[in-house]
Design a protein. Sequence first.
Length: 316
Amino acid sequence: MRLAFAGTPEFAEAALARLHAAGFDIALVLTQPDRPAGRGLKLNPSPVKAFAQTHGIAVAQPRSLRLDGKYPADAAQAREALQAAHIDVMVVAAYGLILPQWVLDLPPRGCLNIHASLLPRWRGAAPIHRAIEAGDARTGITIMQMDAGLDTGDMLLVEAVAIGTNDSTGSLHDRLADLGGRLIVEALELAACGGLKRTPQPAEGVNYAHKIDKGEASVDWSLPATNIERRIRAFDPFPGATAQLDGEAIKLWRAQVVPATGEPGTVLAVTDEGVTVACGEAALKITDLQRPGGKRQPARQFLQSNPLQPGQTFGR
């Protein structure tokens, strides 16, 4: 089976690496254009592009795939490249561009998407973050036959994983990326022998996982401590939950819910184990913090250079 692969970040790279290791004929990789990064704003390739180049796989980086969009020349070149590749199927994972109908129709076996949710629970851009933020007990990977809707296609393979009480988006991302790579290999092997079954998604239980906005990172201390603790884990590693303290935006990386009360945002206790701050319900003992320009530190180290006292107030 000859395939094209469309993806951009580390999540997608894990799947591409699994497909390559399994011996699939990967004719072409589509990925986002290089982005400026670092202090020098040097253009950096995506993880998917870096892997493809290392392994001698052809790469295309259109800014759009819409033939009637802002970059029709990019879309036309991508179409020529895909047509010349003579692919049987396209695998898509966290690509970042909408696939127009001509792409969906081009491969004889269509386009298969690796989606990090138990569909239809979280459709959209940030299913891992939103599952943790919502307090879901489990999530998983759905291999989906793509259609014109937003994550609305038929389900092909589904496997669940538990969300641990200490899971962050970073830790859960890595487990799901590994699972996604395994399941897409299994799906393509089943497809090759006609054993892949399609199941329509249920009409009930649909939620939309909106893209994470940096503005969401500001902690609202009037919320219950359980909600804030989940958001801290959901926004780790990006964008990082933040709270104002003496004019600085302090990042909060890990916390525990504790039974205490007080005015929301007020520091109730300071120990080497953590900084306890009152919330709308109960309180949070913050155990990992970071100053602007500094490193993530456990409370003991943070307090050595940033002493705090009960009665101080964290703001938004």
